[in-house]
Design a protein around this ligand. Sequence first.
Ligand code: TXA
Ligand code: MG
Length: 328
Amino acid sequence: MTRLVRIEGPGDPLLLEAAALLRSGGLVAFPTETVYGLGADGLNPEAVARIYAAKGRPSTSPVILHVAGAEAARDLVAQWSAEAQALADRFWPGPLTLVLPASDLVPAIVRAGGPTVALRCPAHPVALALIRATGRPLAAPSANRSQHLSPTCAAHVASSLGDAPDLILDGGPTTEGLESTILDLTGPRPRILRPGPVTPADLAGLLGPVEVWAGTADPTLRQQAPGMQARHYAPRAELRLVPPGAGVASTSERVAYVGFGVLPTLPEGVRGILLPLEAEAVAVRLYALLHDLDAAGFDRILVEHPPAGEAWLAVRDRLGRASAKEQP
Ligand code: TXA
Ligand code: MG
């Protein structure tokens, strides 16, 4: 049976129990500033294998190791560059994941057999306290079934993963709402593999102009890279992107219509949802909104194309994936 416990802060004694569970190979879901993670001892291959089983995750998709700081990251990489140090100094703790050449310490299952490892230091007091108490890097993908919506509160974890976690730590709703930015530092120049709360403009100050992997910009393309399938982050209801102002014809289906800044006139029976023209505010609410619409049993969710511009990159990316057709 999964236990769900409320955590009052980084000093909560329940964190010691959670750390002991992790050290003995258990699965503990915990809050971060982005989304909830499903954590295991990142140096224990059997424990990490339980994550894959719990999520129904393909073995080709590597997992992120969560560390308490740059010091711990250094042991896990073959080479810690000046660039990595500068990025960690500026953005850690925070929603930036760095992909680097892995050291021999990192189990193959964490890397999905590849030569690189993804590292992140989360900006959440409970996550940091848990990592420190465990004394290990924590392997933690988002705490949801593979290809489904990421959880932004503990109840989402419980409904997506059922009894799979041994323990769920409830630290309240997350503050960023979308998964971390993933930056690949193993190529000739830094490249964003997944847009997120840390934007290309944020990175440009340190790195100059940063390439955003085209695969994430066009979510309808089929991807070779692990974990970057077109369809991802999807609700159960059919989600379709429509031009701003398109509206919807009257229908007998249960339809929700999501607009930005202003809503067109909608037929009776269609639930209209107005989101602000502010990317960060939308990012924080997006998954919770889709979870709610799923729970309410809507058949279709029509979402207007979000505004253009870099600030909206992560929101556009996730909505694009959520609307991509299911793959065989
Ligand atoms: O905000 C986040 O990053 C959350 C919280 C829990 O930290 N975690 C998260 O993990 O979103 P996950 O597993 O749901 O997504 C991680 C993505 C996957 O698409 C995976 O393929 C990619 O990171 N990834 C992991 N290791 C990688 C590597 N070595 N090279 C390239 N991509 C990698
Ligand atoms: Mg995920």
